[in-house]
Design a protein around this ligand. Structure first.
Ligand SMILES: *Cc1c(COP(=O)(O)O)cnc(C)c1O
Length: 416
């Protein structure tokens, strides 16, 4: 394709882009389990207006845009308060991956500065998000993988055995993405602390769910800065914080730990250069939208959305367990559910075939393996349609019967 010779009008542009979106998932109807988090039409109106207001703003230099400096500090402050980080300090990043990259980089720098570690390692449960492997790849860190127990939680004894003098970071998730269970954070964090290493709680998913579940009286295992040894946490506002894409928070227990994250350079013809994250030029739009959604919803709004989310998750889990041939992996503790075939049923169902039939009916799940399962990130927008979903699920199971699909691929994301 080439840059067109002549420009197009606004209407032409909008028509052509609308046509491109024709086969995109129908998230507005609540039929997508993940990727889109919908807080309802009123919140959407607020976000549209704020996005238009901050369309061009740049957080590269907050001297030019003090508004964005203030926005960042308030969003980080609110998140630190929710996560009980009384001394916590951090930054807004572009997403969970960038928050994780920065936490890993900070751990590497601390290991080098305080313990002289030159061949850094990190201890990673097999359930930890792929972004940690990306960080290991980018920053030259060796991964020591540890298994999960029968309940899908990180194996603490294996973690103890995997820690060495070169360990700079131990990781646990709250909850982990694949099966939605919370790792034994206090036990893992204590091991890291004893080794002088960082411990990161990956709460990319749980950061804006678990604090509200706790207030609603649901059982929540310990995971945040109240746990000794937790040195950093990632929490994505662009997931269950209901902000549009491009906003996460990475927090360090205190400022002395945060300084291992930042980059400063004073030997350039362009002058002194300081940058907290991976990015240089940094869009103000997602930062302002993150601030806006936190203030628009408030605690009341998040409690209401979390209640709807947990109700939807409960109905989903009960409905799946009641369906012969299917089961849920483990006991989901927040809003993530893995649906798989019941290995004891005859014939054993091909869960990917079920996923394909659901997709043809407009329901979108990510596929994952091992074991083969359909992943659901449940949020408030799914609550009104869970009944419809369970009806379609039962029909899909019947339609698949003993059939199998050829395509066994699982792609959580794509290159092109
Ligand atoms: C989504 C997610 C990430 C990565 O976040 P992105 O925003 O996709 O970059 C990391 N960890 C967990 C547990 C997640 O759910």
């Amino acid at each position: 394709m080439r840059l067109p010779e002549a420009g197009s009008t606004k209407d032409e542009i909008l028509d052509r882009l609308a046509a491109k979106r024709a086969s995109d998932v129908r998230w507005q109807e609540g039929r997508t389990f993940g990727m889109i988090y919908d807080a309802g039409p009123e919140a959407d109106e607020v976000l549209q207006a704020v996005a238009a207001m901050f369309l061009h703003d740049n957080a590269l230099n907050t001297l030019a845009f003090p508004s964005l400096g203030e926005i960042q500090s308030e969003v980080v402050g609110i998140t630190a308060d929710l996560l009980h980080g009384t001394e916590a300090a951090g930054f807004i990043t572009s997403g969970g991956t960038e928050s994780i990259l920065m936490a890993v980089k900070a751990a590497r720098e601390r290991g080098r500065a305080e313990r002289g570690v030159t061949r850094p390692e990190m201890v990673l449960p097999v359930s930890a998000h792929a972004a940690f492997h990306k960080a290991a790849h980018y920053f030259g860190i060796t991964v020591r993988k540890i298994p999960v127990d029968a309940d899908w939680r990180a194996d603490v004894e294996a973690a103890a055995a995997a820690i060495s003098d070169d360990t700079v970071l131990v990781v646990g998730s709250a909850p982990q993405y694949p099966q939605g269970v919370v790792d034994p954070i206090p036990e893992l964090a204590a091991l890291a602390a004893a080794a002088g290493a960082n411990f990161h709680t990956d709460a990319c998913m749980g950061g804006f769910v678990l604090p509200f579940m706790e207030r609603l009286g649901h059982p929540v295992p310990p995971w945040d800065f109240r746990v000794d040894g937790v040195t950093s946490i990632s929490a994505d506002i662009h997931k269950l914080g209901y902000a549009p894409k491009g906003a996460s928070v990475v927090l360090h227990r205190d400022k002395s730990l945060r300084r291992f994250q930042t980059f400063v350079f004073d030997d350039w013809l362009g002058g002194f250069y300081a940058s907290p994250n991976m990015q240089g030029t940094r869009a103000g739009l997602p930062m302002a939208c993150a601030w806006a959604i936190l203030h628009h919803l408030g605690l009341e709004g998040y409690l209401r959305l979390t209640e709807a989310t947990i109700e939807a998750r409960q109905l989903l889990v009960e409905g799946v367990m009641a369906q012969p041939g299917l089961r849920v992996l483990g006991e989901p503790q927040a809003h993530l559910v893995a649906i798989s075939a019941d290995p004891g049923a005859e014939p054993t169902l091909d869960i990917f075939a079920v996923g394909d039939v659901l997709l043809a009916r407009g329901w979108f799940h990510d596929r994952q393996t091992p074991p083969d399962s359909l992943h659901a990130t449940v949020s408030a927008g799914n609550r009104p349609v869970i009944g419809d979903y369970l009806r379609d699920l039962a029909e899909s199971v019947a339609e698949v019967g003993g059939g199998r699909v050829e395509d066994r691929s699982t792609s959580y994301s794509t290159l092109e």
